[in-house]
Design a protein around this ligand. Structure first.
Ligand code: SF4
Length: 233
């Protein structure tokens, strides 16, 4: 179970961004994290729009796209963007040679000149990897559990424990605030697990709990709590 907690990451599509996928990859986590079009792309009769970049043929070796009129769209450069957190994304730009007079022009794009498309290949590679994970047997199992497990924790945190807002200002203080909260939350969960396992007198409960903490080491609990904090903030 501990192995799973360290290496598997589950989250909804709100977290399906390149910087998060990269963070999880660098931390050796298996990312069972959907991206925003995952469900649309995995509908039974889904076919991509032929005018969208997903619908066009891409030649990886020679790095060009082919538009619906059969015209090669050659690479013309790279565009960088900075996210709010400072992460730099990279999109390859491709341009059609001549769109004037094309009978599909009206359906294809609205701007003036020749059509230019931008493709984030790194993000697409992450999406492909994630889609394979999510549609695997393990992925289906995680997806079935994800909708139940975190939502009930949000309910416990926000409703039962009335933790609806941070008590401090500033990133560091909030990190400290939430870290302490999740440390105690995880210890509370451990107690419940021990009680469930038949440990119902206080002395034995404390003894088992201390044994658990020593076995897991407190820094593991802090580490897991820190991870939860990082995901939540
Ligand atoms: S408008 Fe340009 S990019 Fe679109 S189909 Fe016609 S030639 Fe291709």
């Amino acid at each position: 179970e501990l192995h799973l907690i360290f290496h598997v990451s589950l989250a909804d599509s709100g977290y399906g961004a390149e910087e998060n996928y990269r963070y999880m990859e660098e931390d050796n986590m298996e990312a069972y994290v959907k991206y925003n079009r995952f469900h649309i792309e995995h509908r039974k009769h889904y076919a991509p729009n032929p005018f969208s970049t997903e619908g066009m043929y891409y030649n990886k070796e020679q790095d060009f796209y082919v538009c619906p009129m059969g015209q090669h769209m050659e690479r013309i450069g790279t565009k960088h963007r900075k996210t709010d957190s400072g992460y730099i994304t990279e999109s390859a730009r491709y341009r059609a040679k001549n769109c004037s007079g094309c009978p599909l022009r009206g359906q294809c794009f609205k701007a003036t000149g020749n059509r230019v498309i931008e493709v984030n290949h790194k993000l697409n590679a992450y999406k492909k990897k994630v889609a394979d994970l999510l549609t695997s047997e393990e992925g289906l199992r995680h997806r079935g559990r994800r909708c139940i497990e975190p939502e009930s924790v949000f309910g416990q945190i926000k409703y039962n424990m009335a933790y609806r807002r941070f008590r401090h200002f500033g990133k560091d203080k909030i990190a400290m605030d939430f870290s302490f909260f999740v440390i105690t939350f995880n210890i509370k969960k451990l107690c419940k697990m021990l009680l469930k396992g038949g440990c119902n007198d206080l002395h034995t409960l404390i003894k088992h709990l201390l044994e658990w903490i020593l076995r897991l080491k407190l820094n593991t609990i802090v580490f897991l709590s820190y991870k939860q904090m990082k995901i939540a903030t």
